[in-house]
Structure formats: C-alpha cells, structure tokens
Design a protein around this ligand. Structure first.
Ligand code: NAI
Ligand code: 15L
Length: 266
C-alpha cells in the first residue's frame, strides 16, 4: 500500500472520482487543486496549489510515494492558461518528483495528443503524435517530459491517453473513446500495483465494441477493462444527431477538438 498518494486536479471531475474511490490505495491522500475543495476528511490533506508555481509544487510532492496527476486545463483554451498549468505545471511536477525520490506518476494525457489521426485508423503505443489542439500539444509535451525523466532518472510514469471518462458516452464518437469510471479506477490500481512500471503509453478506454486503440503492448499490466459503451448506443441513436459524414468532427479521432479554431491569446 502507498503511504501518501498525491492527487492533483482533485476539485475536477476525475479528481472528485479519484478522491472518493482511491482512499483504500494509500494510508493517506494529499488532495490538491487551484480551485476550492471540500475540507479534508480522515486520512486526507487538502492543499491549494497553482501547478505553475514551482516552489509550491515542490512542497506538494514532498513526502508522497505516488502521484495521480489530473490537474490542469482539460479542454481547448487560449495558450496562456495552457502554458501555465499544462506546460510550466508539468515541468514543475517532474522537477519536484526528481527532487523528492521519484514517486511513480499516473499522468493524465489525452486522446487529443493523437486526435488528428483519422477515425478509420487503429493506433497502438507507437502511433505518431498528432495533436488536434493547443491542449493536445500540451499533452504531447507532458508525454515527452515523462519519457525524458524516465531515460535520465528512471522516473516511472504511466502515460495514459484518456479517451472520454464520464458516467456515459455523450455522443457517437464516445462509443469508441468512452472510459467508464470503474475502468478508470481499476487502471489506476493496476498502475500502482505493478512491481515495475517503466514508462508505457496506455490508451484509457473501456472494452468498447467500437475501438480505435490497441493496448496489447501493455497486457503485462493486467488491466482488463470491463465496461462496453455499446449498451448506450440505442439511447444515443434516439437522442443525439450524428455530425455530417464529411465534417472534420466526423473524420478525425479528436472530433470537435480537431474542428475548433485556435483561440487568440487576448
Ligand atoms: P477538470 O477540468 O474537471 O479538472 C481539472 C482540474 O485541474 C480542475 O479542478 C482545475 O481547477 C485544475 N487546474 C487547472 N489549472 C490548474 C492550475 N494552474 N493549478 C492547479 N490546478 C489546476 O478535468 P477532468 O475531466 O477531471 O480531467 C482530469 C485530467 O484528465 C486532465 O488533465 C484532463 O486533461 C485529463 N483528461 C480527461 C478526460 C476526461 O474524459 N475527463 C479525457 C482526457 C484527458
Ligand atoms: C479530453 O481530453 C477532455 O479532458 C475531456 O473533457 C473530453 O473532452 C475528452 O478529452 C474527449 O475527447 O471526449
């Protein structure tokens, strides 16, 4: 069992889920975000921290033997907030980890690091990075930081290209990208249970019939997702309109992110 597991982004959607579901994985949880969080319960610490503040991130990581890194800008945005949270923030996290015993990291990357691959392509861990947004570019940066610190310092990171982790898929694209909350939690458990991790790329998707991604290179991890988005297909057919067949949204894996213009930084 871990002694102290740090969860960044603890006020966010996945952070709240992790707070609730990961309590049994560590003697205590250190929960951090820039946004307000409910007060600490038993075996919890709540620490406000801007990931862009290097000294604060150093203090945050000190004394932790595992990190679930969920904090940051989680959708397309202007460059400056992405720069602070996802680029400076990830640099700060890896430097803090280097100075504090290299705790294992579960890194929330995103399918948008490869979102400009077409929906008729099948991707494995060796797929070329093809970001579909500034957000996607920041996730490529994070993945490269993980690789760099692995090669230089042996830092272990699970680079998880999360698909769409929500209670249900919200549109037809998510039939391929959906990651159920239960499968998300079981993946984190596998990552911290593995005797040796290295720095693998893992696609965070459930056992969906419709799939674009191949996790065979990490079968050794023992993660066996259980849920399947197919159970939601009829509901989506009845309630959600399909995008035009020739639209960018329908062609590329990143969907709307691939179609969105770059936002000016003003
Ligand atoms: P979210 O937006 O709900 O949570 C992100 C949290 O990070 C927020 O609570 C926010 O306050 C915090 N944050 C933002 N800037 C910060 C800063 N400068 N310093 C400290 N904290 C900051 O996002 P969600 O859905 O919970 O996603 C968590 C992570 O997983 C994100 O890194 C996201 O990119 C990634 N991800 C999520 C997917 C999903 O389906 N939910 C899919 C792919 C990736
Ligand atoms: C992401 O990276 C986002 O964080 C999440 O909010 C969803 O938009 C998800 O990708 C997706 O592609 O559905």
């Amino acid at each position: 069992m871990l002694k102290r597991l740090l969860i960044t982004g603890a006020a966010g959607g996945l952070g709240k889920l992790a707070r609730k579901r990961l309590a049994g994985m560590a003697e205590s949880l250190r929960l951090s975000d820039i946004a307000d969080m409910p007060p600490a319960g038993a075996a919890e610490e709540v620490v406000a921290c801007d990931l862009g503040d290097g000294a604060a991130v150093d203090r945050l990581v000190e004394g932790c033997d595992g990190i679930v890194h969920l904090g940051g800008i989680s959708v397309e945005d202007r460059f400056s907030p992405i720069l602070n949270a996802n680029i400076q923030g990830v640099y700060n996290l890896y430097e803090a980890a280097r100075r504090n015993g290299s705790p294992r990291i579960f890194l929330a990357s995103s399918n948008h690091a490869v979102g400009f691959h077409r929906q008729d392509e099948h991707l494995d861990a060796a797929a070329r990075l093809e970001p579909d947004s500034l957000y996607g570019v920041s996730k490529c940066f994070a993945e490269h930081m993980a690789r760099l610190y692995h090669h230089k310092y042996g830092q272990e990171t699970a680079i998880v290209r999360i698909g769409s982790c929500f209670p249900e898929p919200a549109d037809h694209r998510m039939l391929a990208t959906w990651l159920s909350p239960d499968d998300f939690v079981s993946l984190i458990a596998c990552v911290f249970r593995a005797p040796r991790l290295g720095c693998p790329v893992i696609y965070g998707a459930s056992a969906n019939d419709c799939t674009w991604w191949d996790n065979s290179s990490v079968s050794w991890l023992g993660w066996r997702p259980k849920d399947n988005s197919e159970v939601f297909r009829a509901k989506l057919d009845a309630s959600v309109q399909l995008p035009g067949r020739d639209s960018i949204e329908a062609i590329y894996q990143g969907g709307k992110f691939a179609a969105a213009p770059i936002r000016e930084d003003r």
